[in-house]
Ligand binder design. Structure first.
Ligand code: NAD
Length: 437
């Protein structure tokens, strides 16, 4: 029970009602804002050490995104936390009664984060956890050690450990943490570990939010503007070298459109990364040798035809792998699991219905994408396939909308956050009926 005292210290603090007042919640959100703002250069630097990702990307995608979430919470917290009256006109209640929902914080929350966006995967959900009036123990990923070390130092400096604290470590530490009783666990990572988390949570009947990954499809119809489509796919896919949960995992398009699309992607890659992505400051690296070896193994086992390989051969010491576009068959190694790297397979489909059938016959993805001008096809895509979220005629963009929930479905996760959805996730909605005496 290595973490028992830590959890109990947070529970005692929570039960003292210290985290309950809205003023306290705003104060702690402002502390988080100050911590991120005062240290944003260092945050950029540690992520660069871990992933060789350009600091401008970390600033835009992680720092500003988290600060935006804090501002949004500060603006709406009073409204979201207020009791909500409900309509009772269809309920058989007494004439002197009123019914409403009171928003209770849940208590002590465990947040387990992955390495691919270390800053936002720890601090973006933390906004909702704290805004909803909870305490939090954060377990960042051991695979981004420079980021985790900085987070530990910063959180120690800015927060009362009874309110927010960091526990560093890998599987043994997480296993020990999971023996404790929490009031909610949020896990972001891969489905196999999510099963371990959910099993541990079940022992205490602890609710879970699971933000997972999977294979996100991109359907490209031949009527799509090929240049714009390629530009938008390239902008998303090779940022963080494909190590993004909602990145395009594979493309479905008719056979006679594949080569046109691959050539347009190659043109865009040249524009974005020059002739040699290895030397370009915007091109990141694979997180570690294990993931590098995993990716090279898939490439070795693939029977696909490489349509685009933009840049140098892969280099294990540098953890560099060039962007690839590969024509594959359905049973190819690239179609087995989430790729989470810079390979983009293209699978040919006879027609649009085949693409829909292919998506439906696989696990429900975290995100799916469609490029077309055909409104009827858009309607069918939305009605007949499911996914955590969808962007039409672009990639990734739905995640930036504050009024849309972010989360998966089935194998890509359960639960959601982002803005009010996060507030609701870490809140218990207590049903109240009040009569007069
Ligand atoms: P991971 O599951 O390997 O690790 C995530 C966390 O779980 C880490 O903190 C790690 O220490 C812990 N962990 C790992 N093995 C464990 C075990 N056996 N027992 C207990 N804890 C354990 O995931 P990852 O490699 O860090 O991240 C990649 C995956 O995360 C991809 O599938 C990606 O799609 C997904 N992801 C999803 C989202 C989302 O928002 N849905 C965001 C980022 C990443």
């Amino acid at each position: 029970m290595a973490f028992h005292n830590l959890v109990e210290a947070q529970r005692k603090y929570f039960l003292s009602d210290a985290t309950l007042p809205l003023e306290k919640r705003k104060e702690v959100l402002n502390t988080l804002k100050r911590m991120i703002t005062e240290n944003k250069e260092d945050l950029g630097k540690v992520v660069h050490k871990d992933l060789k990702r350009h600091t401008a990307y970390t600033e835009a995608m992680e720092v500003q995104a988290t600060l935006g979430e804090i501002e949004y919470f500060l603006k709406h917290l009073d409204e979201w936390a207020a009791p909500t009256k409900v309509d009772t006109s269809h309920s058989p209640i007494d004439s002197d009664a009123e019914a409403f929902i009171v928003k209770d914080p849940k208590g002590v929350v465990l947040l387990i984060a992955p390495w691919n966006y270390p800053v936002s995967m720890c601090f973006w959900p933390l906004v909702a956890i704290l805004g909803a009036g909870n305490t939090c123990i954060i377990k960042p990923s051991e695979l981004a050690p420079n980021s985790s070390d900085l987070f530990e130092n910063l959180v120690k400096k800015y927060f009362d450990p009874r309110h927010v604290t960091i526990v560093q470590g890998g599987i043994p530490e997480t296993t020990d943490l999971l023996k404790e009783r929490f009031d909610h666990i949020m896990y972001t990572g891969a489905p196999p570990v999510a099963k371990i988390v959910m099993t541990a949570a079940a022992k205490h009947l602890t609710p879970v939010t699971l933000e997972l990954g999977g294979k996100c499809p991109v359907v490209v119809e031949p009527d799509a503007d090929v240049k714009k489509t390629a530009e938008r796919i390239v902008a998303a896919k090779w940022t963080n070298v494909g190590q993004t949960c909602i990145t395009p995992d594979y493309i479905l398009t008719p056979k006679n459109f594949q080569h046109k699309l691959a050539s347009a992607i190659e043109e865009e890659l040249k524009k974005k990364y020059g002739n040699e992505p290895k030397d370009h400051p915007l091109y990141s690296r694979i997180i570690n040798e294990r993931h590098f070896d995993r990716l090279v193994d898939v490439l070795d086992r693939s029977n696909g035809k490489v349509l685009v390989k933009h840049g140098a051969d892969h280099d294990r010491e540098d953890k560099f792998i060039a962007p690839h576009v590969i024509e594959v068959e359905k049973d190819d190694a690239f179609m087995e699991h989430e790729i989470f790297g810079p390979f983009l397979p293209i699978l040919s489909m006879d027609n649009f219905d085949d693409a829909l059938a292919y998506i439906k016959s696989h696990e429900k993805p975290l995100a799916s994408y469609l490029f077309t001008n055909d409104e009827e096809k858009i309607k069918q895509f939305l009605a007949k396939t499911t996914a955590g979220g969808v962007t039409i005629n672009d990639v990734h963009k739905h995640i930036g909308v504050k009024t849309l929930p972010f989360g998966g479905v089935g194998n890509s996760g359960q639960g959601r956050y982002n803005g009010k959805y996060g507030f609701d996730t870490f809140t218990h909605e207590k049903s109240v009926l009040k009569r007069k005496l």
